[in-house]
Unconditional design. Sequence first.
Lengths: 191, 191
Amino acid sequence: MRKDAQQNRAKILATAAQLFREQSVAAVSMKAIATAAGIGPGTLYRNYPNKSALCLDMSMTFIQEFVADAQQYLYQTTDDAVTQFKQVLTRYLRFRERRLQLLASIENGATVMPAYYKSDLYHELIQLFMQVLKPVSGPLLPGELKFRADMLIAMLKSNSYAYQREQGLSRDDLLTQISRLMIKSADPLKK
Amino acid sequence: MRKDAQQNRAKILATAAQLFREQSVAAVSMKAIATAAGIGPGTLYRNYPNKSALCLDMSMTFIQEFVADAQQYLYQTTDDAVTQFKQVLTRYLRFRERRLQLLASIENGATVMPAYYKSDLYHELIQLFMQVLKPVSGPLLPGELKFRADMLIAMLKSNSYAYQREQGLSRDDLLTQISRLMIKSADPLKK
DNA sequence: TTGACAAGTGGAGTCGGCTCCACTTATAGT
DNA sequence: ACTATAAGTGGAGCCGACTCCACTTGTCAA
């Protein structure tokens, strides 16, 4: 890759981040990003085939931050398995809320979802959730752990999440409900 | 509503259905629908604020068909609760597969999802799933049944579903996994 | 240093979703 | 039958996503 091309890529990300901070993600057009970055639309699209892909790349940092934070917690904690699960889930919910717009843009872009599922990003998330799910699920069929982690993430996609919030569920209610669904135990006592 | 307007509405649905049969849903533009129906884009948009809304309306029939079919089954069956749940879920999966494109268009249209959640359609689905979930879930907190039905549907949205299929899960695997997640029992015996 | 050319650029242009509004028309009250 | 007018129409045109390709430029081999 040519040096000037790398610079452009960096500039795009920086400019887009800036604009996203100033206006909502949805309100910023690709053309606006290109113009603000001082490049042509063609160059922008050479780097990112669409807006969602740009958002995906931008989310990278944030997801890695979240995963690092969660792993840091897991490394130093002495909590029991159930608490660990709930802690990580809480952090995930907080993270999602913070990056709402960006994640919505990814999840609604029909074309990027396949790419998202294949990304290291998604893989890292799954690994993390598998780690905390394993001790709290009962005995599992092969593949079941991965499936449950997938479902956990599917349940919390932006549209679904937004709907539940609208229904009046607080982040804590959500935590409770999901815990009750995912945690296998001889009848969980309430919080 | 004026009589001619009603005719137009009917014509739109018929024409769109026709075009969707000939080409993929994604490939048909709103302009193409308008032209084929012999009306202007403005008239089309007066009836449906966007393509997803049109798909939503068109799905109405199909969802009602599915619900009717499921209720018909429930009415005449003597199967046990677990089998009933699985039967209904199987039918739902079949229905989703049949209407894949239409449902994807609804679920990926960022703007319609809120409308979808508020629609009678969605409400009917939820009622149906609550009905079959109740006897197979353990004792539930208030609101938990509705929550689980919501999650069941969220888990099976087109992107998630497509991903699982790509991962190599058959419709039957999906059924098994979901059953194991949603059915509370003193350790379910395998199929 | 220089020339060849792969790599990269940018903006004009296409296409589709969607809006706006000047115009037409069904219909209800007289 | 004859308006008045609310309801409905349709197409020109906007805006944003995305493509295409003639042109520029960094790089590397000689």
